[in-house]
Design a protein around this ligand. Structure first.
Ligand code: FE2
Length: 440
Protein backbone atom coordinates (compact mmCIF):
# COMPACT_ATOMS: atom_id res chain seq x y z
CA UNK A 1 0.00 0.00 0.00
CA UNK A 2 2.81 2.38 0.99
CA UNK A 3 4.55 1.48 -2.26
CA UNK A 4 1.38 2.23 -4.18
CA UNK A 5 1.03 5.65 -2.51
CA UNK A 6 4.68 6.41 -3.28
CA UNK A 7 4.08 5.40 -6.89
CA UNK A 8 1.05 7.70 -7.05
CA UNK A 9 3.01 10.56 -5.47
CA UNK A 10 5.84 10.05 -7.91
CA UNK A 11 3.41 10.00 -10.86
CA UNK A 12 1.75 13.16 -9.56
CA UNK A 13 5.15 14.91 -9.24
CA UNK A 14 6.07 13.89 -12.79
CA UNK A 15 2.75 15.17 -14.09
CA UNK A 16 3.37 18.46 -12.33
CA UNK A 17 6.89 18.78 -13.68
CA UNK A 18 5.73 17.88 -17.21
CA UNK A 19 2.94 20.45 -16.92
CA UNK A 20 5.42 23.06 -15.64
CA UNK A 21 7.82 22.22 -18.48
CA UNK A 22 5.01 22.49 -21.02
CA UNK A 23 3.94 25.84 -19.61
CA UNK A 24 7.52 27.12 -19.77
CA UNK A 25 7.87 25.93 -23.36
CA UNK A 26 4.54 27.48 -24.34
CA UNK A 27 5.55 30.77 -22.75
CA UNK A 28 8.87 30.68 -24.57
CA UNK A 29 7.14 29.94 -27.84
CA UNK A 30 4.66 32.77 -27.35
CA UNK A 31 7.55 35.11 -26.54
CA UNK A 32 9.37 34.00 -29.69
CA UNK A 33 6.21 34.56 -31.75
CA UNK A 34 5.78 38.04 -30.32
CA UNK A 35 9.39 38.96 -31.09
CA UNK A 36 9.13 37.62 -34.62
CA UNK A 37 5.90 39.53 -35.15
CA UNK A 38 7.77 42.70 -34.09
CA UNK A 39 10.23 42.17 -36.95
CA UNK A 40 7.71 43.85 -39.21
CA UNK A 41 8.19 47.13 -37.37
CA UNK A 42 11.92 47.14 -38.02
CA UNK A 43 11.95 46.39 -41.73
CA UNK A 44 12.83 50.00 -42.54
CA UNK A 45 16.09 50.05 -40.58
CA UNK A 46 18.88 47.64 -41.57
CA UNK A 47 20.86 47.76 -38.30
CA UNK A 48 17.79 47.42 -36.07
CA UNK A 49 16.23 44.81 -38.33
CA UNK A 50 19.25 42.49 -38.27
CA UNK A 51 19.70 42.98 -34.52
CA UNK A 52 16.05 42.11 -33.94
CA UNK A 53 16.34 39.11 -36.25
CA UNK A 54 19.32 37.85 -34.24
CA UNK A 55 17.43 38.28 -30.96
CA UNK A 56 14.34 36.50 -32.17
CA UNK A 57 16.39 33.69 -33.67
CA UNK A 58 18.21 33.14 -30.39
CA UNK A 59 14.84 33.02 -28.63
CA UNK A 60 13.69 30.44 -31.16
CA UNK A 61 16.75 28.31 -30.41
CA UNK A 62 15.99 28.65 -26.70
CA UNK A 63 12.34 27.62 -27.14
CA UNK A 64 13.40 24.31 -28.64
CA UNK A 65 16.56 23.91 -26.54
CA UNK A 66 18.69 23.86 -29.69
CA UNK A 67 22.37 24.66 -29.16
CA UNK A 68 23.47 25.41 -32.70
CA UNK A 69 21.89 27.20 -35.60
CA UNK A 70 22.04 30.02 -38.10
CA UNK A 71 19.86 32.22 -40.29
CA UNK A 72 21.21 33.09 -43.70
CA UNK A 73 19.95 35.40 -46.41
CA UNK A 74 20.31 34.06 -49.94
CA UNK A 75 21.58 36.40 -52.65
CA UNK A 76 20.64 35.06 -56.07
CA UNK A 77 23.14 37.22 -57.93
CA UNK A 78 26.20 36.06 -56.02
CA UNK A 79 24.84 32.59 -55.16
CA UNK A 80 25.86 33.13 -51.55
CA UNK A 81 24.05 32.54 -48.29
CA UNK A 82 25.09 35.35 -45.95
CA UNK A 83 24.66 34.43 -42.33
CA UNK A 84 22.80 37.13 -40.41
CA UNK A 85 22.56 35.23 -37.13
CA UNK A 86 24.68 32.31 -36.00
CA UNK A 87 25.19 30.43 -32.75
CA UNK A 88 27.40 27.46 -31.97
CA UNK A 89 28.43 26.79 -35.57
CA UNK A 90 31.94 26.94 -36.96
CA UNK A 91 30.79 29.66 -39.31
CA UNK A 92 30.78 33.09 -37.79
CA UNK A 93 28.09 35.68 -38.31
CA UNK A 94 28.52 37.55 -41.64
CA UNK A 95 30.19 34.47 -43.16
CA UNK A 96 28.93 33.34 -46.55
CA UNK A 97 28.15 29.89 -47.80
CA UNK A 98 27.88 29.11 -51.51
CA UNK A 99 24.52 27.71 -52.64
CA UNK A 100 24.27 26.65 -56.27
CA UNK A 101 21.39 27.98 -58.37
CA UNK A 102 20.17 24.44 -58.84
CA UNK A 103 20.10 23.82 -55.11
CA UNK A 104 18.41 27.13 -54.44
CA UNK A 105 15.67 26.09 -56.88
CA UNK A 106 15.34 22.66 -55.29
CA UNK A 107 15.15 24.11 -51.78
CA UNK A 108 12.53 26.63 -52.89
CA UNK A 109 10.37 23.86 -54.32
CA UNK A 110 10.81 21.64 -51.26
CA UNK A 111 8.11 23.49 -49.31
CA UNK A 112 9.09 21.89 -46.02
CA UNK A 113 12.01 21.36 -43.68
CA UNK A 114 14.82 19.17 -44.90
CA UNK A 115 15.84 16.83 -42.13
CA UNK A 116 19.45 15.77 -42.33
CA UNK A 117 19.01 13.36 -39.43
CA UNK A 118 17.65 10.60 -41.63
CA UNK A 119 19.44 9.54 -44.73
CA UNK A 120 17.02 10.66 -47.44
CA UNK A 121 17.95 11.22 -51.07
CA UNK A 122 17.68 15.03 -50.81
CA UNK A 123 19.51 15.16 -47.48
CA UNK A 124 22.37 13.03 -48.73
CA UNK A 125 22.73 15.07 -51.90
CA UNK A 126 22.65 18.35 -50.02
CA UNK A 127 25.25 17.22 -47.53
CA UNK A 128 27.40 15.79 -50.30
CA UNK A 129 27.21 19.00 -52.35
CA UNK A 130 27.84 21.26 -49.36
CA UNK A 131 30.27 19.12 -47.47
CA UNK A 132 32.87 21.84 -47.52
CA UNK A 133 30.49 24.67 -46.60
CA UNK A 134 28.99 22.83 -43.64
CA UNK A 135 32.09 20.96 -42.55
CA UNK A 136 31.85 20.34 -38.81
CA UNK A 137 28.69 22.44 -38.53
CA UNK A 138 26.57 19.46 -37.45
CA UNK A 139 23.33 20.59 -38.98
CA UNK A 140 20.29 18.43 -38.30
CA UNK A 141 17.54 20.48 -39.89
CA UNK A 142 17.43 22.86 -42.78
CA UNK A 143 14.38 25.12 -43.24
CA UNK A 144 14.24 26.97 -46.57
CA UNK A 145 12.70 30.46 -46.33
CA UNK A 146 10.54 30.76 -49.41
CA UNK A 147 8.46 33.77 -50.47
CA UNK A 148 6.63 33.85 -53.80
CA UNK A 149 8.32 30.58 -54.73
CA UNK A 150 11.77 32.10 -54.40
CA UNK A 151 14.45 31.16 -51.92
CA UNK A 152 14.96 34.14 -49.60
CA UNK A 153 17.18 32.42 -47.09
CA UNK A 154 17.74 29.30 -45.01
CA UNK A 155 17.45 28.52 -41.31
CA UNK A 156 19.96 25.91 -40.21
CA UNK A 157 19.38 24.09 -36.94
CA UNK A 158 21.53 21.66 -34.98
CA UNK A 159 20.20 18.89 -32.74
CA UNK A 160 18.15 19.44 -29.61
CA UNK A 161 20.05 19.56 -26.31
CA UNK A 162 18.03 16.48 -25.26
CA UNK A 163 19.28 14.67 -28.38
CA UNK A 164 15.60 13.86 -29.17
CA UNK A 165 14.62 13.93 -32.78
CA UNK A 166 12.42 16.75 -34.07
CA UNK A 167 8.78 15.66 -33.96
CA UNK A 168 6.23 16.48 -36.68
CA UNK A 169 4.72 19.00 -34.26
CA UNK A 170 8.16 20.65 -33.79
CA UNK A 171 8.57 20.88 -37.53
CA UNK A 172 5.14 22.48 -37.97
CA UNK A 173 5.80 25.12 -35.28
CA UNK A 174 9.27 25.80 -36.70
CA UNK A 175 7.83 26.16 -40.19
CA UNK A 176 5.39 28.82 -38.94
CA UNK A 177 8.07 30.64 -36.94
CA UNK A 178 10.60 30.67 -39.74
CA UNK A 179 7.95 31.87 -42.20
CA UNK A 180 7.93 35.11 -40.18
CA UNK A 181 11.70 35.35 -40.62
CA UNK A 182 11.44 34.76 -44.38
CA UNK A 183 8.71 37.34 -44.90
CA UNK A 184 10.60 39.80 -42.66
CA UNK A 185 13.83 39.46 -44.68
CA UNK A 186 11.91 39.68 -47.96
CA UNK A 187 10.00 42.83 -46.92
CA UNK A 188 13.16 44.43 -45.57
CA UNK A 189 15.07 43.88 -48.83
CA UNK A 190 12.07 45.04 -50.87
CA UNK A 191 11.97 48.29 -48.91
CA UNK A 192 15.71 48.72 -49.39
CA UNK A 193 15.26 48.28 -53.16
CA UNK A 194 12.41 50.81 -53.24
CA UNK A 195 14.51 53.31 -51.28
CA UNK A 196 17.46 52.80 -53.59
CA UNK A 197 15.20 53.30 -56.65
CA UNK A 198 13.72 56.44 -55.06
CA UNK A 199 17.24 57.73 -54.42
CA UNK A 200 18.19 57.00 -58.03
CA UNK A 201 15.08 58.89 -59.22
CA UNK A 202 15.98 61.81 -56.97
CA UNK A 203 19.48 61.88 -58.49
CA UNK A 204 18.06 61.73 -62.02
CA UNK A 205 15.60 64.51 -61.20
CA UNK A 206 18.39 66.66 -59.73
CA UNK A 207 20.44 65.98 -62.86
CA UNK A 208 17.55 67.06 -65.11
CA UNK A 209 17.04 70.17 -63.01
CA UNK A 210 20.72 71.04 -63.35
CA UNK A 211 20.57 70.53 -67.13
CA UNK A 212 17.45 72.72 -67.25
CA UNK A 213 19.14 75.49 -65.24
CA UNK A 214 22.30 75.33 -67.35
CA UNK A 215 20.20 75.52 -70.52
CA UNK A 216 18.38 78.55 -69.09
CA UNK A 217 21.71 80.23 -68.32
CA UNK A 218 22.92 79.48 -71.85
CA UNK A 219 19.75 81.08 -73.25
CA UNK A 220 20.14 84.11 -70.99
CA UNK A 221 23.69 84.53 -72.28
CA UNK A 222 22.46 84.14 -75.89
CA UNK A 223 19.80 86.84 -75.36
CA UNK A 224 22.30 89.23 -73.81
CA UNK A 225 24.91 88.66 -76.52
CA UNK A 226 22.36 89.72 -79.14
CA UNK A 227 21.80 93.01 -77.32
CA UNK A 228 25.26 94.54 -76.97
CA UNK A 229 24.02 97.49 -74.90
CA UNK A 230 22.48 95.39 -72.15
CA UNK A 231 25.20 92.87 -71.36
CA UNK A 232 24.26 90.71 -68.37
CA UNK A 233 20.76 92.25 -68.23
CA UNK A 234 18.84 88.93 -68.17
CA UNK A 235 20.96 87.42 -65.40
CA UNK A 236 20.69 90.60 -63.29
CA UNK A 237 16.90 90.75 -63.78
CA UNK A 238 16.74 87.11 -62.65
CA UNK A 239 18.72 87.94 -59.53
CA UNK A 240 16.78 91.11 -58.68
CA UNK A 241 13.53 89.15 -59.14
CA UNK A 242 14.84 86.47 -56.78
CA UNK A 243 15.68 89.08 -54.10
CA UNK A 244 12.21 90.68 -54.34
CA UNK A 245 10.34 87.34 -54.29
CA UNK A 246 12.37 86.18 -51.28
CA UNK A 247 11.47 89.41 -49.47
CA UNK A 248 7.81 88.80 -50.34
CA UNK A 249 8.01 85.46 -48.52
CA UNK A 250 7.92 83.15 -51.54
CA UNK A 251 9.08 79.57 -50.91
CA UNK A 252 12.38 78.20 -52.29
CA UNK A 253 10.86 76.55 -55.38
CA UNK A 254 8.90 79.67 -56.32
CA UNK A 255 12.00 81.84 -55.81
CA UNK A 256 13.99 79.51 -58.08
CA UNK A 257 11.18 79.78 -60.64
CA UNK A 258 11.10 83.58 -60.62
CA UNK A 259 14.89 83.70 -61.07
CA UNK A 260 14.50 81.57 -64.20
CA UNK A 261 11.63 83.74 -65.40
CA UNK A 262 13.96 86.71 -64.99
CA UNK A 263 16.71 85.02 -67.00
CA UNK A 264 14.26 84.22 -69.81
CA UNK A 265 11.93 87.23 -69.78
CA UNK A 266 13.49 88.76 -72.92
CA UNK A 267 13.94 85.51 -74.84
CA UNK A 268 11.48 86.86 -77.41
CA UNK A 269 14.16 89.36 -78.44
CA UNK A 270 15.79 86.50 -80.33
CA UNK A 271 13.22 87.02 -83.11
CA UNK A 272 13.46 90.83 -83.10
CA UNK A 273 15.48 92.53 -85.85
CA UNK A 274 19.10 92.82 -84.70
CA UNK A 275 19.40 96.38 -86.07
CA UNK A 276 16.45 97.48 -83.95
CA UNK A 277 17.83 95.89 -80.78
CA UNK A 278 21.22 97.46 -81.32
CA UNK A 279 19.93 100.85 -82.46
CA UNK A 280 22.07 103.54 -80.76
CA UNK A 281 19.10 105.92 -80.53
CA UNK A 282 15.75 105.83 -78.83
CA UNK A 283 13.29 103.75 -80.84
CA UNK A 284 11.07 105.43 -83.44
CA UNK A 285 7.46 104.28 -83.76
CA UNK A 286 8.29 101.52 -86.24
CA UNK A 287 11.16 100.23 -84.14
CA UNK A 288 9.02 100.37 -80.98
CA UNK A 289 6.40 98.25 -82.73
CA UNK A 290 9.04 95.72 -83.75
CA UNK A 291 10.46 95.67 -80.24
CA UNK A 292 7.04 95.27 -78.60
CA UNK A 293 6.67 91.88 -80.29
CA UNK A 294 9.16 90.31 -77.89
CA UNK A 295 6.94 89.48 -74.83
CA UNK A 296 4.37 87.54 -76.90
CA UNK A 297 7.18 85.97 -78.95
CA UNK A 298 8.87 84.93 -75.69
CA UNK A 299 5.64 83.26 -74.60
CA UNK A 300 5.46 81.34 -77.88
CA UNK A 301 9.05 80.15 -77.48
CA UNK A 302 8.65 79.12 -73.83
CA UNK A 303 5.15 77.58 -73.86
CA UNK A 304 5.99 74.25 -75.54
CA UNK A 305 8.71 73.54 -72.96
CA UNK A 306 7.64 71.75 -69.78
CA UNK A 307 9.14 73.90 -67.04
CA UNK A 308 9.51 72.75 -63.44
CA UNK A 309 7.78 76.07 -62.62
CA UNK A 310 4.53 76.55 -64.48
CA UNK A 311 4.26 80.35 -64.77
CA UNK A 312 7.49 81.07 -66.63
CA UNK A 313 5.94 81.57 -70.13
CA UNK A 314 3.30 83.86 -68.57
CA UNK A 315 5.90 85.91 -66.71
CA UNK A 316 7.72 86.45 -70.00
CA UNK A 317 4.49 87.40 -71.79
CA UNK A 318 3.35 89.89 -69.18
CA UNK A 319 6.56 91.63 -68.09
CA UNK A 320 5.57 94.79 -70.01
CA UNK A 321 2.00 94.91 -68.67
CA UNK A 322 1.07 97.78 -66.32
CA UNK A 323 -1.19 97.82 -63.28
CA UNK A 324 -3.31 100.56 -64.92
CA UNK A 325 -3.91 98.44 -68.04
CA UNK A 326 -1.78 100.60 -70.37
CA UNK A 327 0.89 97.95 -70.93
CA UNK A 328 1.28 95.34 -73.65
CA UNK A 329 0.72 92.85 -75.25
CA UNK A 330 -2.74 92.21 -73.66
CA UNK A 331 -3.42 95.39 -71.64
CA UNK A 332 -4.09 93.39 -68.45
CA UNK A 333 -4.96 95.31 -65.26
CA UNK A 334 -4.08 94.89 -61.56
CA UNK A 335 -4.66 91.35 -60.36
CA UNK A 336 -5.07 90.04 -63.91
CA UNK A 337 -1.29 90.26 -64.12
CA UNK A 338 0.46 87.26 -62.50
CA UNK A 339 2.42 88.18 -59.34
CA UNK A 340 5.64 86.86 -60.90
CA UNK A 341 5.27 89.12 -63.94
CA UNK A 342 4.83 92.14 -61.63
CA UNK A 343 8.13 91.28 -59.93
CA UNK A 344 9.99 90.79 -63.23
CA UNK A 345 8.60 94.14 -64.46
CA UNK A 346 10.12 96.02 -61.52
CA UNK A 347 13.41 94.08 -61.69
CA UNK A 348 13.59 94.78 -65.44
CA UNK A 349 12.99 98.53 -64.95
CA UNK A 350 15.48 98.73 -62.08
CA UNK A 351 18.24 97.18 -64.20
CA UNK A 352 17.33 99.32 -67.23
CA UNK A 353 17.57 102.51 -65.16
CA UNK A 354 20.77 101.53 -63.32
CA UNK A 355 22.79 100.66 -66.46
CA UNK A 356 24.08 102.89 -69.24
CA UNK A 357 22.16 102.87 -72.53
CA UNK A 358 23.48 104.30 -75.80
CA UNK A 359 21.04 107.22 -75.60
CA UNK A 360 21.40 107.98 -71.86
CA UNK A 361 23.59 107.34 -68.86
CA UNK A 362 22.40 105.34 -65.86
CA UNK A 363 20.25 107.29 -63.43
CA UNK A 364 21.18 108.28 -59.88
CA UNK A 365 19.72 105.86 -57.35
CA UNK A 366 17.51 108.54 -55.83
CA UNK A 367 16.07 109.26 -59.31
CA UNK A 368 15.39 105.55 -59.88
CA UNK A 369 13.51 105.38 -56.58
CA UNK A 370 11.61 108.59 -57.39
CA UNK A 371 10.58 106.98 -60.68
CA UNK A 372 9.31 103.96 -58.76
CA UNK A 373 7.46 106.24 -56.34
CA UNK A 374 5.84 108.19 -59.18
CA UNK A 375 4.75 105.07 -61.04
CA UNK A 376 3.60 102.86 -58.18
CA UNK A 377 -0.01 101.86 -58.68
CA UNK A 378 0.08 102.77 -62.40
CA UNK A 379 3.08 100.92 -63.83
CA UNK A 380 4.31 99.02 -60.78
CA UNK A 381 2.51 96.93 -58.13
CA UNK A 382 2.74 98.64 -54.68
CA UNK A 383 3.49 95.38 -52.84
CA UNK A 384 6.40 94.67 -55.19
CA UNK A 385 7.88 98.17 -54.86
CA UNK A 386 7.53 97.92 -51.08
CA UNK A 387 9.28 94.52 -50.97
CA UNK A 388 12.07 95.87 -53.19
CA UNK A 389 12.58 98.87 -50.87
CA UNK A 390 12.59 96.65 -47.78
CA UNK A 391 15.17 94.26 -49.28
CA UNK A 392 17.38 97.20 -50.37
CA UNK A 393 17.17 98.92 -46.98
CA UNK A 394 17.99 95.69 -45.13
CA UNK A 395 21.19 95.36 -47.18
CA UNK A 396 22.18 98.98 -46.55
CA UNK A 397 21.52 98.64 -42.82
CA UNK A 398 23.37 95.30 -42.73
CA UNK A 399 20.49 93.33 -41.24
CA UNK A 400 20.93 90.59 -43.86
CA UNK A 401 24.03 88.42 -44.35
CA UNK A 402 24.67 89.10 -48.02
CA UNK A 403 24.58 92.36 -49.95
CA UNK A 404 23.26 90.71 -53.12
CA UNK A 405 21.47 93.74 -54.55
CA UNK A 406 24.31 96.15 -53.74
CA UNK A 407 26.83 93.76 -55.34
CA UNK A 408 24.73 93.61 -58.51
CA UNK A 409 24.69 97.39 -58.69
CA UNK A 410 28.48 97.23 -58.77
CA UNK A 411 31.12 99.79 -58.02
CA UNK A 412 29.38 102.39 -60.18
CA UNK A 413 27.06 103.19 -57.31
CA UNK A 414 28.86 104.50 -54.27
CA UNK A 415 27.31 105.73 -51.05
CA UNK A 416 24.14 103.73 -51.54
CA UNK A 417 23.38 104.47 -47.88
CA UNK A 418 22.33 107.96 -48.92
CA UNK A 419 19.02 106.60 -50.23
CA UNK A 420 18.16 105.05 -46.85
CA UNK A 421 15.82 107.92 -45.78
CA UNK A 422 14.05 107.77 -49.15
CA UNK A 423 13.64 104.00 -48.91
CA UNK A 424 12.31 104.31 -45.34
CA UNK A 425 9.86 106.98 -46.46
CA UNK A 426 8.65 104.88 -49.40
CA UNK A 427 8.21 101.80 -47.18
CA UNK A 428 6.23 103.84 -44.68
CA UNK A 429 4.03 105.36 -47.45
CA UNK A 430 3.49 101.98 -49.10
CA UNK A 431 2.70 100.24 -45.84
CA UNK A 432 0.08 102.90 -45.15
CA UNK A 433 -1.14 102.65 -48.73
CA UNK A 434 -0.47 106.36 -49.39
CA UNK A 435 1.54 105.83 -52.58
CA UNK A 436 -0.84 103.33 -54.08
CA UNK A 437 -3.90 105.40 -53.15
CA UNK A 438 -2.27 108.63 -54.36
CA UNK A 439 -1.41 107.04 -57.64
CA UNK A 440 -4.94 105.83 -58.26
FE1 FE2 B 1 11.50 93.16 -72.08
Amino acid sequence: MRRLVAAFESADKSAHSIKALMETNTQRLLHTFATLADLGQEIANTADFEEMLRNSFHLLLGSFAIRRGAVGEYDRDSGQLRLIASRGLNQSQNASLPISTEHARELASLGSALSLEDSTKEADRFLEDHREAFAGAEINLLLPLVVHERLIGIVLLGEKATADKFTDEDLEVLRILTRHIGVGIHSHRLLEEIESKAEENRRLYDGLRTIYKETVHAFAAAIDIKDRYTQGHSVRVGKYSEIIAREMGWDDDAVEGIAIAGYLHDIGKLIVDLNVINSPDRFNAKESKEMSRHPAAGYEILSPISHPYADIPLMARYHHERIDGNGYPDGLKGDQIPAGAKIVTLADSFDAMTTDRPYRKKLALADVLEDFRANTGTQFAPEVVCAFCRAFLKEIEGTVKEQKLIKLLGKNYEHVERVSPLLSQMISDLDGGAMAAGAR
